[in-house]
Design a protein around this ligand. Structure first.
Ligand code: SF4
Length: 182
């Protein structure tokens, strides 16, 4: 089975690549994450993915399309809907890439993160699979999360402190800000 693996960042790839390689004849990565703000943060994570790919001899295709206005227009809504649409946006693009490159299936490194909406990953991946005719492989890989951080440290990969969008970046500080009345 030829698997296209959507890669959100170096650490999540570090935790899941061996697992996917064990179950596929060939794994090709795919970087498409226009949800990462600001642009230089996107570049930092891309660099981390490239460093990991070099270290582990992983071919990673890249779609570096980056259009914040389009992304915000696509995902706007309440918090739950925003994340679901964001996941759907990236998985649909991955499924299309898998289709045109002859992959048998696609998966995402998001499945290793305890911070992601796994129900949305599974459901939106299935919808993207239905739309493109390429199988979506969903597995709950959260038990590999600690490994992903350990390997990322060993390889000195960039480790981000928030999910990706400006809203998630703000959520790092929101609680502190709301309790800090000066
Ligand atoms: S928090 Fe993460 S998954 Fe949710 S919209 Fe922002 S970047 Fe996307």
């Amino acid at each position: 089975m030829r698997l296209m693996l959507h890669v959100c960042c170096g650490p999540c790839a570090a935790g899941t690549l061996d697992h996917h390689r064990a179950g596929a004849s060939d794994v090709v990565g795919f970087f498409y994450n226009p949800n990462i703000h600001p642009f230089m943060e996107h570049q930092r994570r891309l660099t981390g993915v490239r460093e990991f790919a070099t270290a582990r001899h992983l071919l990673v295709r890249e779609d570096l399309g980056y259009d914040p206005e389009h992304w915000f227009e696509t995902v706007r809504g309440d918090a739950d809907e925003r994340c679901r649409r964001c996941i759907a946006f990236r998985l649909r693009r991955t499924a299309e890439e898998a289709s045109v490159t002859g992959s048998d299936a696609f998966a995402t490194t998001l499945a290793v993160s305890p911070w992601q909406d796994h129900e949305a990953i599974e459901e939106e991946g299935a919808l993207a699979a239905h739309a493109t005719g390429v199988e979506f492989v969903y597995e709950d890989l959260r038990h590999l999360y600690a490994d992903s951080r350990r390997v990322a440290r060993e390889l000195a990969l960039y480790r981000q402190k928030y999910c990706g969008c400006l809203v998630s970046e703000w959520e790092r500080y929101r609680e502190r800000s709301e309790t800090d009345t000066g």
